[in-house]
Write a protein that binds this ligand. Sequence first.
Ligand code: NAD
Length: 451
Amino acid sequence: MNSITSLVNAQRAFFHTGQTKPISFRIDALKRLGSAIRKHEGHLTRALREDLGKSEFEAYTSEIGIVLHEIRFVLKHIRSWARPQKVKTPLTHFGSASRIYAEPYGVALLIAPWNFPFQLAVAPLIGAVAAGNCAIVKPSELTPRTSEALELVLREAFDERHVAVLQGGVDTAQALLRERMDYVFFTGSVSVGKLVMEAASRHLTPVTLELGGKSPCIVHDDASLRLAAKRIAWGKFMNAGQTCIAPDYVYVQRTVKERFLELLKDAIRELYGQSVCESGAFTRIVSERHFARLQSFLTDGDTFVGGAANRDRLLIEPTVLTGVTWEDGVMRDEIFGPILPVLEYDDITDVIGEVSRREKPLALYLFSDSKEVRQQVLDGISFGGGCVNDTVYHFTTPYLPFGGVGTSGIGAYHGKGSFDTFSHRKSVLVQTNAFDIPLRYPNLKDGLRRI
Ligand code: NAD
């Protein structure tokens, strides 16, 4: 028996002891996780800087702080979420009562990507633990320092039979997927998401797939352009655009295009300074392969802002491209880097048609003050989630379940959404023995009979 099989067996045996089920156990585990994160905050921040050049500010706001906030939120609500939910019973079932019990699945496998290597591993783990599961976390091999720091935190907080970390790349992920898991939660690319679902299907294991795609950002002529420019620059260029819900491209109404572009240029300078290659505070591109892929887009269309790249330091300036068409390389797949193509439109219905013809986006952002335009876009385009008059912010509220639709993903999490994702809803009807309504039985039509 290999070590992965032994680990899964050990976790399943632990799960079957029932120890993970009491709410007090889950609360203690989450508190230990919070304490271990706070204790190793400095270590995590340094690891994120070494792996991705993330600034301390970004490391806290988009990785560490967000996870601590999620733990606090879950601790506040876990008792009410875990309580059996009473539901109505129809008249035909008179005498009985109905309840839905939230039940943990068992052993959950969590596979994480590199772009927010701490947060995207730990946020689903919080849901898995809160719901009473055991979990095996497979972090990304592309951010080794952060994956090590994550392992340190999790080893300190959990018994390995409850939560374990397994480092490794594709082979490790595939070996884990060959095991019979009770739940698989995957965050990563669409192509790997399909392989994960295929592997899970062999055991009929339920999955959540948090994937990606091209997320549009629409700027209508009645938008507050200055705010739109600032919020788009922030959402696009944080983490050097390596964010699954970053605005992938902007569609701006032709009448305000020139003004919007000037404001966008100002916003980029205001947020990131004149030269990110010099500032030392801009996240770098994760690998040479991704750098080369992104660099090839820099010659598409016309460069309006930025365009400089430093191969030695894997840095690419915040770049805005104009004159781009859907035939250009930069428009074919998710960009996942600090390059923002700006397209133009005359009529909002053209944008709705163009976006709807393509794969359903993970996120969509609309900047408009018109209720009618909002309604048209919300009714006309299917997408995972998004914002009106902002970017990315929907991700950071625990009250909005986060997830994709179509090729951008299956399922959702965050807040109660995470608890629900990792819980089977067990529906139970409790029948009365005080009487027996005979209507359902064949050949017994003598009305209500006492037994
Ligand atoms: P990826 O799919 O290459 O890798 C993700 C994880 O899967 C890693 O842990 C990796 O080791 C593993 N993996 C890679 N190949 C595998 C295979 N053949 N079989 C099994 N496992 C395999 O993704 P990435 O490059 O790390 O992340 C970027 C992608 O993730 C982007 O498309 C982005 O949009 C998406 N993403 C989505 C979300 C979301 O919440 N929806 C968040 C972040 C990133």
